[in-house]
Design a protein around this ligand. Structure first.
Ligand SMILES: [Zn+2]
Length: 157
């Protein structure tokens, strides 16, 4: 028997410590929360994705009375980005959440399904996809998707 220890690296920033470009991406994710359709959870999530061609795509969670039919902000954004700009690499994704009249004080991280989707787009892009998880009190920055999802499923094991 042997043991494997996996390491998740998270850099913690305040908003003012971010670069201007990262502040802009976070601001766009925060704005996207206001376009969520979340009558059931009342938990608005927004995402902003920087692409290698310089475009920034935003999205929000879109719920449905038939719950599984809704989609998280991260997947809304990724699917729109890849269907609008097929073959363009994903560079950086910012995520923010708004609930009970305020942005969450701590970062909100993607659900498991979204992590798997992010992992695939990172893999086909051929370079690490940075993730910025916004919280009003602290911001987490992860340098690649594997820090969100260790032991990622791939078909080429
Ligand atoms: Zn999700």
């Amino acid at each position: 028997m042997k043991e494997i220890n996996l390491v998740t690296k998270i850099r913690v920033y305040s908003y003012n410590e971010l670069t201007d470009a990262d502040k802009n991406l976070v601001d766009l994710a925060k704005s996207a929360t206001q376009r969520a359709y979340s009558p059931y959870s009342r938990f608005n999530v927004g995402a902003a994705l920087l692409l290698a061609n310089g475009e920034i795509v935003t999205g929000s969670n879109q719920e449905n009375v038939a719950f599984p039919s809704g989609t998280c902000a991260e997947r809304t954004t990724c699917f729109y980005a890849h269907s609008s700009y097929p073959g363009v690499r994903f560079v950086k994704l910012a995520i923010a959440a708004f609930h009970n009249g305020a942005f969450t004080p701590h970062p909100v991280s993607p659900c498991g399904a979204c992590r798997q989707v992010l992992a695939e787009y990172e893999r086909i892009g051929g370079a690490k996809l940075e993730i910025i998880l916004y919280g009003a009190d602290e911001i987490y920055v992860l340098s690649e998707v594997s820090h969100l999802l260790p032991l990622i499923f791939h078909e080429d094991l």
